[in-house]
Design a protein around this ligand. Sequence first.
Ligand code: NAD
Length: 380
Amino acid sequence: MKLVEESSMIGSSDLFDMMADHEQVIFCNDPATGLRAIIAIHNTTLGPALGGCRMQPYETMDDALEDVLRLSKGMSYKCAASDVDFGGGKAVIIGDPNTDKTPELFRSFGQFVNSLGGRFYTGTDMGTTMEDFIHVMKETNCVVGVPEVYGGGGDSSIPTAKGVLYGIKAANQTLFGKSELGGITYAVQGLGKVGFKVACGLLEAGADLYVTDINGESLKAIKEKAKTTKGKVKVVDREEIYSQEADVFVPCAFGGIINDNTINQFKVKAIAGSANNQLLHESHGKKLQEKGILYAPDYIINSGGLIQVADELYGINHDRVLAKTKHIYDAILEVFKQAEISGTCTMESANKMCEKRMEMSGRRNDFYTPSVKPKWSIRK
Ligand code: NAD
């Protein structure tokens, strides 16, 4: 495991500056197991913090801290947008997922999570797997996104893909006055767990697709699928996907794909897909607006998976998850409407909506109620 350089250590006053509006940051150190982790809790106004745990060989402590602070803040907004009674949190384990994993390290991490007494719930993220979390679960109940045999909801890409289809419907409704998916052309980037399901949904609705992926098997599979549907598929090169004459660009591969280079190439009228952190910089939201491209904010359109993992704490029910996922349609329509009224870009309008929700919840009267825990709230 890489040791943090002396020179990269940050001073304590800088640490509070970096924390900005975060509530709490916990440094977890266990030399016996080699665990070095940081848990960041951004905001618990809406409920206990929720966020996955990444494992990455960060070069410096500053890199790890910056990442966990940025990601935990993002989770506050995502939870507020999905109305899941959670706040924003995230954890990072500093280490190489290929060489530094041991059951003891994850049990130690679980003990730190448990020591927070229910203030932080976590699960897998980049670099960690469900196998790792089986060890974490021996030490704490504050784990979500667990396998079905452990009472979890299973594959979260299913509700994520459904949510993306609802988000696309909202974009179509706003642009074309009808929410149907068919009769419109899409450029789909990435046919993985989410993208493949979204592409199948679009084809089944009779839409024509341009698709790209670096995995030849996925491309073969989507061409096979198209043989059974009304919609047609055309495979294009990786870099060509941005300049297709399609109505909607559906990014389902990786982040940062909305940048100066791609904005110059886009001919689409809307962007609506599952990828996380699609805007390379905040300013690219404004640039899309200036170009007249309607953007469905990523953290709302891809929140179906979050809705499912949050539902595990009530005892998973897939019909309930689907019912909540359907609200992504209304949430995106509302964001578009507010952006139109205020003249801001849609990302700014989404952020304002979430900030207002957190502020209103914080201002709510905390008057006396009998000590019966409500069935549909995990708040104490
Ligand atoms: P995945 O790894 O299953 O799929 C990604 C796909 O993109 C793969 O098929 C991969 O081959 C392809 N790809 C990689 N580089 C590419 C390139 N240069 N050009 C074209 N295709 C490329 O991941 P996923 O679970 O489907 O998630 C997709 C995106 O959605 C990610 O950004 C993820 O963070 C986000 N997301 C996923 C979920 C979920 O429930 N799985 C939830 C929220 C957000």
